[in-house]
Design a protein. Structure first.
Length: 346
């Protein structure tokens, strides 16, 4: 079964073609980072215009790269957003509905966060349920227990800024560029992470929730204080030290709660997804901790951590096999909460 996945629920226009839920035949991403960069985050009006402009060329590129004609697509899978609706979310949804109706093939809607989890299955066919999933992106930080395909129990989420958003805001403050994660990673590798003692908020809290606004505020305060001594801009070594100390504080709490959740659910594997899962320190610490605690650890390669429609297509394939298609005339964005169980999502 050949699935075409399409997603416009964040700032990349994504289309991918996947055979039988595992063979990636194409993975096309039209990035908008350079356009949103100067604003330090996604600007909805720009995202809408760019997605509208790019969605058909992106699908066309995915078809060309795979060598598949659209009439041979068996299933259309579209990314849905768990957030209150923004106009650009509807671009892939509308396009996928039209394809489904015109080519008379089924359509399935897949939560964007679910796509991030399922992208792992493109590269790791040996992942076994149950597992604890940490989905860390620009808009969401979610810890969940996944007992089977489409069976989610949310354990915790960010009460304020998402982890990726904190990376983006700190990178902007340090004038490092956008998106924040990769540039902070690069600067942090050259810095000393013990230079500044930033808090890892809620690390000792018994819940599985996260909070990033306090950490961000501490970094802002420290930067303002240092700027008094360096009116012409912070020297590179200080920026690197700030980036390293921030990265350590931000990542430490993710690793701590992830492995606490593993113990709580008495399970032995973890799956990471979303842009922040590309973080070098997070990957190192999770692998080390997994070895110490005999827990299998799975991450997508960096290209499949950040936005892509490969995970959308894989999840769509399994959802269709398990639950059948959604109605192309009525399929909507969930708008309530992320990672809705497949059998209760109607
Ligand atoms: O999943 P994603 O591409 O889009 C959303 O669903 O939001 O995640 C984007 C986020 C951005 O905030 C970006 O700064 C962050 O992922 N990110 C990283 C890294 N690469 C991307 N965060 C930390 N370290 C990275 N290496
Ligand atoms: Zn994403």
């Amino acid at each position: 079964m050949i699935t075409l996945g399409i997603d416009t629920t964040a700032d990349d226009t994504c289309a991918a073609i996947v055979g039988n839920g595992k063979h990636v035949l194409s993975n096309i991403i039209f990035s908008q980072s350079s356009l949103h960069g100067k604003f330090g985050g996604i600007v909805p009006q720009i995202a809408s215009y760019e997605h509208l402009h790019n969605v058909i060329p992106c699908v066309d590129a995915a078809l060309r790269e795979s060598g598949i004609d659209i009439s041979n697509i068996d299933l259309f899978s579209v990314g849905l957003s768990p957030d209150p609706a923004l106009s650009y979310y509807f671009i892939s949804l509308s396009v996928a509905k039209v394809f489904s109706l015109v080519y008379k093939k089924p359509l399935v809607g897949i939560d964007h966060m679910e796509g991030h989890i399922m992208a792992n299955f493109a590269e790791n066919l040996d992942i076994k349920f149950p597992f604890v999933a940490l989905t860390v992106a620009g808009g969401h930080t979610l810890l969940s227990y996944v007992s089977g395909l489409g069976e989610y129990q949310i354990l915790g989420h960010s009460r304020d800024d998402a982890a990726g958003e904190a990376f983006d805001k700190v990178a902007r403050l340090l004038k490092l560029g956008y998106p924040g994660g990769p540039v902070i990673d690069k600067a942090a590798d050259k810095g000393n992470d013990e230079s500044y003692d930033f808090p890892s908020p809620m690390i000792f809290d018994s819940s599985f929730d996260f909070s990033y606004s306090g950490l961000k505020t501490s970094v802002v305060r420290k930067v303002r204080e240092l700027e008094n001594n360096y009116p012409n801009g912070l020297p590179e070594d200080i920026v690197n030290n700030l980036a390293a100390s921030f990265r350590k504080a931000a990542i430490r709490v993710l690793v701590e709660k992830l492995f606490r959740a593993v113990k709580y659910k008495n399970c032995n594997s973890v799956v990471l997804g979303g842009g922040v899962a590309a973080n070098k320190l997070l990957r190192e610490l999770v692998v080390d901790r997994g070895k110490e605690e005999s827990t299998a650890t799975y991450f997508p390669t960096v290209k499949l951590c950040t936005d892509n429609a490969v995970g959308t297509a894989i999840a769509g394939y399994y959802k269709f096999l398990k639950c059948g298609g959604d109605d192309p005339l009525t399929l909507k964005h969930y708008r309530e909460k992320p990672l809705t169980n497949w059998f209760t999502s109607a």
